[in-house]
Design a protein around this ligand. Sequence first.
Ligand code: UTP
Length: 305
Amino acid sequence: MSNLARRPARKAVIPVAGMGTRFLPATKAVPKELLPVVDRPALQYIVEEAARAGLGEVLMVTGRNKAAIEDFFDRVPELEAALEKKGDADRIAAVHESTEVAQVHFVRQGEARGLGHAVLQAAAFVGDEPFAVLLGDDLIDARDLLLEEMLAVQAEHGGSVIALLDVGMENIDKYGAVAIREDVQEGVVTVTGLVEKPPVEEAPSSLAIIGRYVLAPEVFDVLRETAPGRGGEIQLTDALATLVERGEPVHGVVFGGRRYDTGDKLDYLKAVIRLASERDDLGPALRGWLRDFVTELPAEGASSS
Ligand code: UTP
């Protein structure tokens, strides 16, 4: 490991170039990462999470049909002037939030050739130091300090750290799955193998990789040599499996908190309802309505007429 690689991670990479097919037709025109979770795009929560963890330099890996993402993180002088004229300080602050939270940079992926390929586009920005990857559609509740814990594990052990969630054997074929050794500490494991979307009977465990990574810069060299894998895409999971095979340390932090895949319709709805119901401005009215709504719901299987 070089001295630079021993530095704590300072930079975050957020891949947002995926096609979002699970959220069609909305994603024909709107990137799924900009779908509002209450009143802010999912992506804004993710940039704020990176900034909170001390990662003030953010690179977004974008693609075609994603220009709206660059617009969102840009200033809008005409809008600000109009709000100023009205003396609407709260809305001015809301408009500023997205541009002030972090230094946001952009690079294009060109072609959506997989998450591993998206991460590889960040090589020049990252250089020779560890860095974080936050998936643009994976929302972690702000009260659950997953990324902070992962950065601490990386600072202590070096190498790479991935976030793991027990999704149950019945769901593991939708995720990257890991084999582990429980030899580090409560909630932190050594990863001994990884496989992308395995058939249930071949899955090494029910622990799935979720959208937070702290990676050693060595991953870039491995990604350059990684052939397309599952789905014909260059898989980050395959590159991490190579790092493990080479004896590089890869640890997992097992997450027990609240996480939403906002690229999945049901999870997206859960995120909107939960976060709105917990807000001071919307919560009381929404919770009251939800209680009434739930009591009126027909039992599953009954007719709703
Ligand atoms: P997903 O696995 O959710 O893929 O990507 P997707 O294509 O965006 O969505 P579906 O499955 O078609 O609905 C996880 C993250 O990696 C990014 C996505 O933008 C998302 O944030 N990604 C994926 C890229 O940046 N480039 C890619 O080639 C693939």
